[in-house]
Design a binder for this molecule. Structure first.
Ligand SMILES: CC(C)(COP(=O)(O)OP(=O)(O)OC[C@H]1O[C@@H](n2cnc3c(N)ncnc32)[C@H](O)[C@@H]1OP(=O)(O)O)[C@@H](O)C(=O)NCCC(=O)NCCS
Length: 392
């Protein structure tokens, strides 16, 4: 089926223009279609697919990292998968994704993540739900946190470099967090023509304990303060974060921010007035089983072995039996073993990220295993609810 398609990089000016036009039609938004988006991501990071020499679609690859068990694992994000409407339904998107994944495997990239418009497509090439993306909202008047242990320092002339060090400290401790692609940073701090961004360090300039970046908008339901990005590294910073937001209550009706499905920040609020406004799950593909399991960190203090039997219909090197031995917070993989936990590479994603416990994956028929294997997997992949703040 894939033989009729030709996969390649993007180089010719004519192709760049045509891909821009296809994206514009596919995503109904000038932003993605714009040449500016292609330039921001980098022309060399796009892949295209042709049918009978005709360019029919393409996608963007964002080479970055993702934090698992306190360690950054290389991860390629996939964005802007688009096929011209007249070529849809003939397997072009599948062929494009298959070729991209084969290329990532050859390059030694262990993981790939994406936000699905349709899950079916990505499941067919080995992606499964990996973690959450959540928007929270709280009425400003209900925050009622008054004490403000730390000062706030306005940041003038916002550039993203000033945030990196603080961000990295939070990312390391947050399973699923991105080591952001420069294009994600750029878009994060780039207000559109109707917006103004405000940024503050929480704490002193010399020793900040977090930061907050936000914009303010009038809506039909009153004014909202939209937090674009935040980092909170200490209890004093968390308290200050809320008291600073509460101080906007005379004009701002609601505050919106992105956080985990189990948002610990809301523990500081007197009542359960914060609501999950919108949530969706991003998908993960374990591209290289051995590298993905060896490069990440694991809970320290456990010493155990998991015997896996994995099936991967696309990337042959992932097929077969593996032993994952975990000790001192690190994992080692050897070929062979008893194959006590049997699963498709797709189902390895929610196990790897701790989105679902092995027991729950078992009772939904996503994996099969002996009691020993389920118990070992439960110890190894014990983790908090994985999430990321960025949509790409
Ligand atoms: C989504 C999109 C990329 C699919 O392209 P395509 O070339 O038609 O996809 P394929 O022919 O390779 O389809 C492969 C599988 O994906 C699934 N699929 C494709 N389009 C789908 C849709 N609109 N809804 C649900 N499943 C879909 C099907 O399972 C299909 O397999 P099947 O035909 O055997 O059932 C295309 O419709 C598109 O460009 N849409 C607009 C942009 C967009 O939404 N992109 C996705 C961003 S995450």
């Amino acid at each position: 089926m894939t033989a009729q398609f030709e996969y390649s990089t993007l180089a010719h000016p004519q192709d760049i223009k045509q891909l821009g036009t296809i994206f514009e039609q596919c995503f109904i938004s000038a932003l993605v279609g714009e040449k500016a988006y292609i330039n921001l991501i980098g022309i060399e990071n796009f892949r295209i697919i042709r049918e009978s020499e005709q360019l029919v679609g393409g996608l963007a690859t964002l080479n970055m990292g993702q934090w698992w068990g306190g360690v950054r694992v290389p991860m390629t994000g996939i964005a802007a998968v688009g096929i011209a409407p007249e070529y849809r339904g003939s397997g072009a998107a599948i062929a494009l994704m298959q070729q991209t994944l084969k290329e990532l495997y050859v390059k030694g990239i262990p993981l790939s993540a994406l936000y699905p418009a349709v899950q079916t497509l990505y499941r067919k090439v080995g992606y499964e739900q990996g973690g959450s993306w959540c928007n929270w909202e709280v009425p400003t008047k209900s925050i009622q946190v008054r004490e403000q242990p730390l000062p706030l320092q306005p940041i003038v002339g916002i550039n993203h470099q000033v945030f990196h060090q603080l961000y990295q400290q939070q990312a390391r401790r947050t399973p699923g967090y991105l080591d952001r692609h420069p294009a994600i940073w750029e878009r994060l701090i780039q207000p559109d023509e109707k917006e103004t961004f405000y940024a503050y360090f929480i704490g002193t300039k010399e020793q900040p304990e977090g930061y907050i970046l936000f914009s303010q908008h009038s809506t039909d339901d009153g004014a909202i303060l939209r937090i674009k990005d935040w980092v909170i590294l200490t209890a004093a910073a968390a308290q200050t974060f809320w008291s600073f937001l509460a101080s906007h209550r005379s004009q701002i009706e609601h505050v919106r921010w992105r956080s985990s499905l189990n948002d610990s920040l809301t523990l500081l609020l007197p009542e359960q007035s914060a609501k999950l406004k919108h949530t969706m799950r991003w998908m993960l593909r374990i591209v290289d089983v051995v590298k993905a399991m060896e490069m990440r960190g694991y809970p320290s203090g456990i010493e155990t072995e998991l015997h896996l039997d994995i099936q991967d219909n696309l990337l042959d090197g992932n097929n077969g039996k593996f032993i994952l031995s975990v000790a001192n917070g690190r994992g080692e993989v050897t070929k062979g073993g008893k194959g006590e936990l049997q699963l498709d590479v797709r189902e390895l994603a929610p196990l790897y990220t701790s989105l679902f416990a092995p027991y729950h994956l078992q009772i939904t028929g996503k994996l099969h295993g002996t009691e020993t294997a389920i118990s070992a997997a439960t110890q190894i992949f014990a983790g908090s609810s994985p999430w990321m703040a960025d949509f790409f």
